[in-house]
Design a protein around this ligand. Structure first.
Ligand SMILES: Cc1cc2nc3c(=O)[nH]c(=O)nc-3n(C[C@H](O)[C@H](O)[C@H](O)COP(=O)(O)OP(=O)(O)OC[C@H]3O[C@@H](n4cnc5c(N)ncnc54)[C@H](O)[C@@H]3O)c2cc1C
Length: 346
């Protein structure tokens, strides 16, 4: 199985003036997602000299692989469902998949962050492209990851220093559950799902949180036969009625929702797909859960995220990597820019 994940490919150079320039800033922000952008902006507005270090695309997960593309993919199906509820409106056509995906591509600016870099420059923030790592108190080494990036005149590695503080805003990464065989079938995470190019004929989604529910609606709207496998109920961090309403809505949608089940083993199929063996999780869910094995073209893992603090060198700054860290599930950016979602899942 191959994955067709669109990766961040920064085409605009960083705004670091390069060798010989002053490498000391008042504040260094590690990570240019919604949190890092806001911190850099707020600090800059007070007159502080700010550097923003970004390893992939300025705008982070939200702009390219999370809020924006997910809401864009949900929107057409939501509009169709709403229209279908109005007597006299015929809304039973399949979606125009290439058009839906083209709109998604436009909403994520074809995974190009030039527009956000323009904002960074306008805000007087210095963008330093590369993977940042603390190498001492208030000292950050930045290694340019992409040798082809337009930063040839800059050294591959440089050290920048902060007079006041280094802010770690490096976001989170998906968790892959420890299910035998799962890694071998090259499962999707939210990145591949929101960046989908070829809609799989069938998809098993492991997980029952927001990402699982949203992608179940979106991918089934796009024509995939979707099975959701959740250990307990859906959306367990919300009021029970919310998860129950979403489960009912997904089932009405034709999604096979199995609650109270765990994948116990995953095997690759000769055609490139995967077979998931199931067992009862014993954590609630359906009274008599359907444990028949599931055979699908693709598996999407949506079982949560952990803070991206590995290999950051936080301990070299005198802090603990886990001190006060938690992964955010909401950003304050306007997912509504993409049209928002009217379904209970969101
Ligand atoms: C599928 C999905 C849909 C979502 N939908 C919504 C929604 O509709 N509404 C909502 O409010 N939230 C939503 N979220 C959550 C939202 O995406 C996150 O809360 C938000 O992106 C967190 O922002 P952040 O800045 O903390 O991290 P991120 O957006 O992950 O940004 C972190 C940045 O840091 C960079 N970075 C990491 N390590 C380094 C390093 N060592 N050096 C330099 N740079 C580094 C990364 O490249 C990245 O650009 C969704 C999440 C997912 C997965």
């Amino acid at each position: 199985m191959t994955t067709d994940i669109p990766t961040g490919n920064p085409t605009s150079p960083d705004t670091d003036p390069g060798p010989g320039a002053d490498t000391t800033f008042d504040v260094i922000v590690l990570g240019g997602g919604p949190v890092g952008e806001n911190v850099a902006d707020r600090a800059g507005r007070t007159g502080l000299r700010v550097a923003l270090v970004e390893a992939e695309l300025v705008g982070g997960e939200c702009s390219y692989w999370a809020c924006i593309p997910s809401k864009t993919l949900l929107r057409p199906g939501a509009v169709r469902a709403e229209a279908a509820g109005v007597p006299g409106v015929r809304a039973d056509d399949d979606l125009d998949v290439p058009a839906v995906l083209a709109r998604r591509d436009a909403m994520v600016s074809d995974w190009d962050d030039a527009g956000q870099v323009q904002w960074v420059e306008g805000a007087g923030i210095t963008l330093v492209r590369g993977l940042g790592r603390l190498v001492g108190p208030k000292r950050v080494e930045v290694v340019a990851e992409d040798a082809d990036a337009d930063v040839d005149d800059l050294p591959r590695s440089r050290v920048v220093e902060a007079r006041h503080a280094v802010v770690v805003a490096t976001g989170s990464v998906p968790v892959l559950p420890d299910v035998p065989g799962l890694a071998e079938v090259n499962p999707w995470t939210s990145r591949e799902a929101t960046g989908v190019e070829d809609v799989p004929e069938s998809l098993a989604i492991v997980g029952g949180g927001v990402v699982a529910c949203e992608m179940a609606f979106a991918l089934s709207d796009l024509g995939a036969r979707v099975t959701v496998l959740a250990r307990g109920g859906l959306l367990e961090r919300t009021e029970p009625w919310a998860g129950e309403a979403v489960a009912a809505s997904l089932r009405e949608h034709g999604v096979d929702v199995r609650l109270g089940v765990s994948a116990s083993k995953v095997e690759p199929l000769p055609d490139g797909g995967a077979r998931l063996a199931l067992e009862a999780s014993g954590r609630g869910g359906d009274e008599d859960p359907d444990l028949a094995p599931v055979e699908v073209a693709r598996v999407l893992v949506a079982t949560g995220r952990v803070p991206r603090t590995q290999d950051l060198g936080v301990e070299r700054s005198g802090s603990s990597p886990d001190a006060g860290s938690r992964s955010t599930t909401r950003c304050s950016c306007a997912a509504s820019r993409a049209g928002g979602c009217t379904r209970p899942a969101t």
